[in-house]
Design a protein around this ligand. Structure first.
Ligand code: COA
Length: 181
């Protein structure tokens, strides 16, 4: 398991799946805002790649996020679009509603940076988020990500086009937190 101050990133367990399906992926507003595609209901037992891990896909590493105190599931974290030629990848995360706004998001980003830069030897990590996702923007910037641009009207979200912000962090700029291992 990878550890931050208060969160752990571990493999997906079978018992995580119904919780993530109900609280993240079957939540129309959350999924429409976070997924970058049309919402569709996920049925029990579905082999949805966001839930069921495909170990043969080396471009994506999905983690379940737990609270270290108590080992409770609090969300997902993903390094995706891993490009081993250009040594870059994208960072994604989604916390269960009850876990938001408590500082876990910043901690998860710090651990994903440790995984991307220290464990995988990447040189660039990237985040795309809706321009009004202030918690995500702040969690990224607290970890050193810089805003590199605005993708104007790039996301169709529940009836309107919204801007997305592109943020990047390079290995040489990264300041590891001592707690992220
Ligand atoms: C986005 C998300 C991962 C952020 O994690 P979080 O644990 O809720 O955020 P944190 O508590 O770590 O807060 C990060 C920072 O944003 C600030 N913040 C939180 N909510 C905010 C809001 N609504 N407006 C402005 N700032 C906010 C916090 O004060 C904190 O700033 P600080 O470090 O200076 O105190 C989480 O809210 C989430 O999973 N949301 C739904 C899914 C999603 O949007 N995923 C990202 C898709 S790209």
């Amino acid at each position: 398991m990878l550890k931050g101050d208060r969160v752990g990133l571990r493999a997906r367990h079978e018992e995580d799946i119904p919780v993530l399906r109900a609280e993240l992926y079957n939540d129309v507003v959350n999924a429409s805002r976070a997924e970058g595609g049309p919402w569709r209901p996920v049925k029990p037992g579905a082999q949805d790649p966001r839930l069921v891990v495909d170990d043969s896909n080396h471009a994506v590493v999905p983690f379940s996020v737990v609270e270290l105190a108590g080992d409770t599931l609090i969300g997902t974290a993903t390094l995706w679009g891993i490009d081993t030629h250009n040594r870059c990848a994208h960072v994604g995360l989604g916390l269960l509603p009850s876990a938001r706004g408590k500082g876990y998001g910043s901690d998860v980003v710090a651990v994903l940076c440790h995984y991307g830069f220290a464990v995988r030897g990447l040189q660039r990590l990237q985040i795309e988020t809706l321009a009004d996702n202030h918690a995500m923007l702040r969690a990224a910037e607290r970890n050193g990500f810089v805003r590199e641009g605005v993708l104007r009207s790039s996301a169709w979200v529940l009836g309107e086009f919204m801007d997305e912000v592109l943020l990047g962090l390079l290995a040489r700029e990264w300041k590891p937190r001592p707690s992220a291992t």
